[in-house]
Design a protein around this ligand. Structure first.
Ligand code: GDP
Length: 449
């Protein structure tokens, strides 16, 4: 972390302004070498300076340069930000000059990684920054901002504090074993405190499902035999001609991925080929894929034709859908009714062709995922798969410890287990981590963040 890093922080393309960011011990010195304003070197922190970026005697761009001295910066290191004109050629040239003069090109997420390693933010806050950058809806933005602001960290720290209290109780117990009466009372108390903790963790995990769905979206498969109108429906939902709509049966073989936003819902759509019991090689790829998608998807839109009787294929699909989150979209309701819909569940009648009732699909999904009242809650959720899996482990471990207590495990063993759980909770906020995890996590960031 001794070297000084640089990267273009704004998106690569033409824009009014682009920002090139530099962080590290030599940030100010290196920028001074290529900046026309000779007073820059001695400037006070958090000031902005006008001048030119110079390549020797040649002017490269007219810029504003911000100087931020450690430690009150994002990385807790000296940071310099160059606001240049937003042209790819200009920003590339400035970056090149910085590299020639001693900077190293930053890896993806390296500024945020430094912020974490220097204790400016914890791991959940870092993940929040990534979610904030990637947020696609207003709600997911709010969830991410809460995470950046430390609300999730506070939630985890509170759990840790409670656990520390319980461990302290046990230590009293071990230190004063001669008081048998106290031991009994204490064991009861420990167990009931742990039961409270278990309930809290359980609640966080349950509620976090909302956060996960709202932040990452719902993996949605559109399933149905050929020609029922899956592509037409997808196009209606997306509002643009992205999937191929055709009259020829079985042409929608490749899955078209699209992200769809309905109010605050994100659907990660997969348009699948129709399910068929067939030996045809090409078609059977579709069948396999479709079954795979049904199993992988969090939500399935099962499309059938209002104008046709349910076929064997439809019945095959229905059998695969049992126990899943699905909506039966009865399409082509502008045509004559031929379907026997008496046994269908979760039905919405639509016409993709005429844009009838398509809105109902979003409403139904919100209902299914209990997301109707979500706007009014405080939106503090764990959203990363990493932290959720750790918290699930924590919950299992707490349950095991309680079982151990009921089976009269020696109290010092219980204490060791609880300390392990305390450490595990610490992993969520990054109190302990391994390099590989950090590399993996920050490599998902953009360069320059
Ligand atoms: P897919 O094979 O399931 O993807 O079906 P397509 O979306 O390609 O549609 C097959 C045919 O049905 C096309 O000719 C569409 O125009 C037509 N179609 C789709 N939706 C409707 C609808 O709501 N009403 C009517 N009458 N035709 C539709």
């Amino acid at each position: 972390m001794d070297d000084t890093i640089a990267a273009i922080s704004t998106s690569q393309g033409v824009g009014a302004i682009s920002i090139i960011r530099v962080s590290g011990e030599e940030a100010i010195e290196i920028v001074s070498k290529i900046f026309s304003n000779k007073n820059f070197h001695n400037a006070s922190s958090h000031t902005i300076h006008y001048g030119y970026i110079m390549d020797g005697l040649e002017k490269v761009d007219e810029v504003l340069v911000t100087i931020m001295r450690a430690p009150k910066t994002f990385t807790k290191e000296d940071i310099v930000e160059i606001n240049a004109h937003g042209s790819i050629v200009t920003t590339d040239k400035i970056l090149e000059l910085l590299l020639v003069n001693g900077c190293r090109l930053a890896e993806p997420g390296e500024f945020t990684k430094r912020a974490f390693l220097n204790g400016r933010i914890d791991l959940t806050e870092a993940e929040g920054i990534m979610d904030l950058i990637n947020s696609k809806t207003d709600i997911s933005r709010k969830i991410a901002l809460n995470q950046v602001g430390g609300k999730v960290s506070d939630m985890i720290r509170n759990l840790r504090d409670e656990l520390a209290g319980i461990i302290a109780n046990i230590e009293v117990n071990i230190d004063y074993p001669e008081y048998e009466d106290i031991e009994e009372i204490t064991i009861d108390k420990i167990n009931s405190n742990l039961s409270e903790l278990e309930k809290k963790i359980d609640k966080i995990l349950t509620e976090s499902k909302n956060g996960e769905v709202l932040t990452n979206g719902i993996k949605t498969a559109i399933i149905g035999k050929p020609n029922v109108g899956k592509s037409s429906l997808l196009n209606r939902l997306i509002g643009e001609e992205k999937a191929i709509v055709t009259d020829v049966k079985g042409t929608t073989r490749d899955s078209v991925e699209a992200t769809l936003r309905i109010d605050n819902l994100i659907l990660n759509l997969i348009d699948t080929a129709g399910i068929r019991d067939t030996n045809d090689l090409v078609e059977s790829i579709g069948v396999d894929k479709s079954i795979k998608f049904i199993n992988q998807a969090d939500l399935i839109l099962f499309v059938v034709n209002y104008n046709e009787k349910l076929s064997e294929e439809d019945k095959l699909i229905l059998s695969k859908l049992r126990g899943k989150n699905y909506i039966t979209v009865v399409n082509k309701c502008d045509l004559e009714k031929k379907i026997d819909d008496s046994n269908l569940e979760n039905v919405i009648y639509v016409s993709a062709l005429n844009d009838v009732n398509i809105d109902e699909i979003g409403k139904k999904i919100k209902e299914m995922f209990n997301l109707e009242k979500i706007e009014t809650t405080d939106l503090t959720y764990l959203t990363s798969a990493r932290s959720l899996s750790i918290l699930r482990k924590v919950l299992d471990s707490v349950k095991n410890v309680r079982k151990g207590i009921e089976e009269n495990y020696p109290i010092d063993m219980v204490e060791i287990d609880l300390k392990d759980i305390w450490n595990l909770l610490g992993e969520i906020i990054g109190e302990s981590y391994d390099e590989e995890l950090l590399d993996q996590l920050f490599s998902r960031f953009c360069v320059g963040k």
